[in-house]
Design a protein around this ligand. Sequence first.
Ligand code: G1P
Length: 293
Amino acid sequence: MKIRKAVFPVAGLGTRFFPATKIVAKEMLPVVDKPIIQYATEEAVNAGITELIFVISRTKTSIQEHYTKATELEKELESRNKHDLLNTITNILPAGISCAYVEQHKALGLGHAVLCARPLVGDEPFAVILPDDMIDDDASGCLQQMVQVYEQNQSSIIAIEEVNRSETDKYGIVSTSPIANGLHRINAIVEKPKPDVAPSNLAVVGRYILSGAIFDFLENLGKGAGGEIQLTDGIAMLLKKEPVLAYEFSGTRYDCGSKIGYLKATINYAMKHPELKHEFAAFLREHMQARQF
Ligand code: G1P
């Protein structure tokens, strides 16, 4: 089956970026000149997704507004012959791509957020993208890599990467049996284990392709790690019924849920930006020398 739908859980409070995120959703913070969420939706569209499903909170409407046609702004740019800018605005949501929104009334956890999308997803396999995890692969994106693996295997797939053992309690951690280069079968998955009990140092990264069967498991889950309904626990149930694969993607992940990750992402994309890269690189060099880093 083709993967047509992607779910973006974006209802978090974004407290780590307060006060910047008091009003504006964390996913609307810009990395150079595009909000974080747009990098995620572009990655989805590149992977062949045609339906974008946002799980939102009631108070932060900026994401919906970003994906809504701005008729007046478009007319204004047209009348001023600003065609490049007009393209930039109209390409936020390319032709043929639809958006849907569902509200998560309470922040009960990632598993609960994904469950909120059930009426819009139905029974079909679907993708989940956590926009905080920005992945730059210098090509068509991590999700496209995963869709290719899905097309060959027709099983749920989770992106993973090795992390420092000291950091296992920040991630879902998998134990696996290798199948091929970079591809594993998951034997067990556990949310945020302490380093001494973690089954490995292979961490779940925010890209998933999941079978529709996950929803029944999520529906019946109790609270897990951190008192939240965890997607990881739903996947642990799913893998008793169906194979679930783990895929070591190519590319670099930036954890934009943290300030340092956000800054690293900003520097990465600024250094690649055609208008900025030379001047920005020169500035960084001078700055480092002047500060004697
Ligand atoms: C979530 C998932 C976790 C995963 C992580 C990737 O955690 O629950 O399994 O490893 O995303 O970023 P969060 O970062 O929301 O605490």
